[in-house]
Design a protein around this ligand. Structure first.
Ligand code: G6P
Length: 367
């Protein structure tokens, strides 16, 4: 079936606006509304018995996997190895039999991810794939598929599939945390409540469009942009930088905020904007001090935060995008949305072919 743009200028804009609905639909499949507990489909293996996890994917799906890694380690205490699929398939790391092999892919056809899946299977992993296209090669070769209910994604640059992948990975984290005895009922209740709250909070993100446009005007003038984040905000920064490169052709690099002093700090001056994702929470003060270092070197700070973090950032940042404060667990899901919108707004200013960026393909089925 053909899919229209519903009055939006680009598929990407339409798909950005679908974030709230897609998150809601994806969660609906995995959360029982009556008990408010995560219920996964039959995985055909015992989740509680899994000794380790290995995660792989390409592109944006890989960054979703990185956020999944932070969650699975922190909340389920599951040891995780992660790498991009093009490395994983040839690295061929020794895997503990009976481990969880976790693949993430919008299309279910990406050649490197599929090859990594087959390698994991050969080493006796239980294969769980997080897929948007549920009739795909990876779906057929998996023990279990956790579907993202994002609908067709037409824009080459992934948007809504990413937050849907995160919604699935968050539910998997809750299920694993419970199975492994690391989450009690009240912790699970808190996490599920935070997840179910996301669709409405995601809708509110769009109220920040003007502030994001002010950021975009600065980013559009730059040749290079540095993105920063810590913890689960680091992959959000990576996703932001990737999106900017893909659709605006501006060079962007993402760094773990604490690592900035070991290199990219030498690049910082007025011409290199620093885009940081700094939600309130455990790591807020650490990232704030990194931003003060960047500011002291003349850096222009463009900051994504939440209502709780904003007051402490307004003095040092040139533009602050302030989205609703949510649980630290779900904050990377919400923080991704404005970061993707920023890339879109810059692309509009640059006049690039947003939905079909040069040299890129929606699904890469060759190595
Ligand atoms: C291509 C697309 C990206 C996508 C990546 C992985 O590079 O341009 O947007 O993230 O492939 O695709 P997959 O279908 O495996 O998620």
């Amino acid at each position: 079936a053909s899919v229209g743009k519903d009055g939006y200028r680009h598929y990407m804009e339409k798909e950005l606006h679908e974030h709230p609905v897609v998150i809601g639909q994806t969660l609906q499949r995995l959360v029982d509304p009556a008990t408010r507990r995560v219920v996964l489909p039959d995985l055909r293996f015992d989740l509680a018995a899994v000794p380790r996890g290995v995660v792989t994917a390409c592109g944006s799906a890989f960054y979703a996997g990185m956020i999944g890694r932070y969650w699975l380690e922190q909340y389920a205490r599951l040891p995780i190895d992660i790498d991009v699929a093009s490395e994983m398939r040839y690295r061929d790391p020794p895997l503990t039999p009976g481990g969880l092999g976790l693949l993430i892919s919008q299309s279910g056809e990406t050649a490197d991810t599929l090859a990594a899946l087959r390698g994991m299977r050969q080493q006796g992993q239980h294969i769980v794939s997080v897929l948007n296209v549920e009739q795909s090669t990876m779906a057929r070769e998996s023990d279990a598929v956790l579907g993202t209910v994002a609908g067709p994604e037409i824009s080459v640059a992934s948007t809504k599939a990413f937050t849907a992948q995160l919604s699935v990975l968050a539910c998997l984290t809750v299920a694993l945390g419970r199975a492994r005895g690391h989450l009690d009922a009240s912790a699970e209740e808190r996490m599920v409540t935070a997840l179910l709250d996301l669709p409405s909070r995601a809708t509110e993100v769009f109220e920040q469009r003007d502030a994001i446009r002010r950021m975009a005007a600065i980013v559009a003038e730059a040749r290079d942009v540095l993105y920063l984040g810590r913890g689960s905000s680091f992959p959000v920064a990576l996703e932001g930088a990737l999106k900017l490169k893909e659709i605006t052709y501006i060079h962007a690099e993402a760094y773990a905020a604490g690592e900035m002093k070991h290199g990219p700090i030498s690049l910082i001056d007025r011409t290199v904007p620093v885009v940081a994702t700094v939600p309130s929470g455990r790591l807020f003060d650490k990232t704030l001090s990194n931003l003060q270092e960047a500011k002291a070197r003349g850096g222009r700070l463009l900051v994504f935060t939440d209502t709780q973090g904003a007051p402490r950032l307004r003095d040092i940042a040139e533009v602050v995008v302030e989205i609703p404060t949510v649980d630290e667990f779900t904050s990377p899901i919400l923080q991704t949305i404005p970061v993707q919108i920023l890339a879109y707004e810059v692309a509009l200013l640059k006049g690039t072919d947003v939905d079909q960026p040069r040299n890129l393909a929606k699904s890469v089925t060759v190595e």
